[in-house]
Ligand binder design. Structure first.
Ligand code: HEM
Length: 405
């Protein structure tokens, strides 16, 4: 079989969640970057789409929100499931000018001044969570640490009352980490139902929180419909917790598997932490793909893409493109420059970027300060999904750091 045919015929494996649970999609992405970087995939379970695997073309598509629209959905869905219910309604699935209005309303919450005020809360929470894990001598890092910290922060942003948080924690844990797809979607429905009640409450009595802000957003003079506000709240909860959890846990596993890199971070935390976080983001690339729909005929990578065609961008592939990164398959906590696409690019560039980095930093700081040795306490388990990739479980054994003089 010719290398090009081999690259094309392996594309189907990228559409199977099991590939990310048990296998290694990087060999397939490597073949596609080399022999079929922009290639059409015929409709089957999923609609037909152009598959993009190289950094340059993916960067070009993500930056051009005019030619490549998000409003009909940004994730591949089986044809049988129909349109994405969030189409043209949530921030991530809106184009300008609706996108501009929504983003303008919530962006202030993620501004540096606001995030600085969060600093103490983040440091305290990370300190307490890691201290408890070290005292216990072991932790299931994904659920007990990587999921908890971002969830606490998003709940605070959304103004979720303290007494409701245990339910949100329980539903979120099930929605992201439960064994079966049925359990996951049931837990997700509980979350949507909860937000419907909360939004109605905040419409009646607005507070100083993000749910109240979203409940008061007007587009073309009209308040957003209740369902749209609920979907946006849900997107913030999911976006704000799921990817942070995956980047933090996948990044920690990478540090565990590369003891020399871990030692570099421990030896000089302040000088190394920022580049370490960027490398964790590049390495984990937890958002597996982003999709767009062409609004005009356009040429990408020598292929003619027609108006209406879907385009799928494989982010982990872009972030291992040797045309853009030196030694892309090496985990290097001092890598500079590191202009990865793990947080997207262009108009939809992740609005939670700085927050995510602060959260990861808080946990890394506590790990380097409090943990002497860490080792696996069982096999890490990977998620079975084509949407996000990373760890479902990371059992660790921890010993305390020697007291400093
Ligand atoms: C390591 C952590 C994170 C990763 C890897 C990540 C990844 C991404 C990516 C790839 C996009 C671009 C989507 C697109 O272009 O269609 C995005 C957008 C977004 N992210 Fe994040 N994200 C992270 C953390 C967060 C956090 C902490 C929040 C909020 C609390 C958040 C909320 C959002 C929202 C609301 C959008 C949509 C922005 C828009 O459409 O204008 N994310 N994220």
């Amino acid at each position: 079989m010719s290398p090009e045919l081999l690259a094309r015929s392996g594309l189907g494996s990228l559409l199977d969640g099991a590939t990310y649970r048990t296998g290694n999609p990087f060999a397939q992405w490597r073949r596609m970057r080399e022999y079929a970087p922009v290639v059409w995939n015929e409709p089957d379970v999923f609609p037909g789409f152009w598959s993009l695997t190289r950094y340059d073309e993916i960067n070009e598509v993500l930056r051009d929100g005019g030619t490549f629209s998000s409003s009909s959905g940004i994730l591949l869905r089986p044809l049988a499931q129909g349109d994405d219910p969030g189409s043209d309604r949530t921030l991530a699935l809106a184009d300008a000018p609706r996108h501009t209005a929504l983003r303008g309303a919530i962006a202030g919450w993620f501004a540096p001044r606001n995030l600085r005020m969060l600093g103490d809360f983040l440091d305290r929470t990370a300190q307490d969570t890691v201290r408890a894990a070290v005292a216990a001598g072991r932790t299931e890092f994904v659920t007990e640490i990587a999921a908890r910290l971002p969830l606490d922060v998003v709940c605070a942003f959304l103004g979720i009352p303290d007494e409701d948080r245990p339910s949100i924690v329980e539903w979120s844990t099930d929605a992201f980490c439960a064994g079966t797809a049925g359990e996951r979607s049931l837990a997700h429905l509980e979350i949507l139902d909860y937000f419907a009640g909360l939004v109605e409450e905040r419409r009646a009595r607005p507070g100083d929180d993000l749910v109240s802000v979203l409940a008061g957003v007007r587009h073309e003079g009209e308040l957003l419909p209740l369902d749209d506000v609920v979907l946006n709240c849900d997107n913030l909860l999911v976006g704000g917790t799921e990817n942070v959890r995956l980047a933090m846990s996948g990044g920690l596993l990478a540090l565990l598997e590369h003891p020399h890199q871990w030692a570099l971070l421990q030896d000089d935390f302040d000088a190394t932490v920022n580049t370490t976080i960027e490398e964790m983001l590049r390495w984990t690339s937890s958002a597996t793909h982003l999709m767009r729909r062409a609004t005009a005929d356009v040429e990408i990578g020598g292929q003619r893409i027609r108006r209406g065609d879907l385009v799928v961008c494989w982010l982990p592939s872009a972030n291992r493109d040797p045309g853009h990164f030196t030694d892309p398959d090496t985990f290097d906590v001092r890598r500079t420059p590191n202009r990865h696409l793990a947080l997207g690019a262009g108009p939809h560039y992740c609005v939670g970027t700085q927050l995510a980095k602060l959260e990861i930093k808080a946990v890394l700081r506590e790990f380097t300060a409090q943990v002497g040795e860490m080792a696996l306490d069982g096999r890490p388990e990977h998620l079975d999904s084509i949407v996000v990739n990373g760890l479902r479980a990371l059992p660790l054994r921890l010993t305390p750091a020697a007291p400093r003089d």
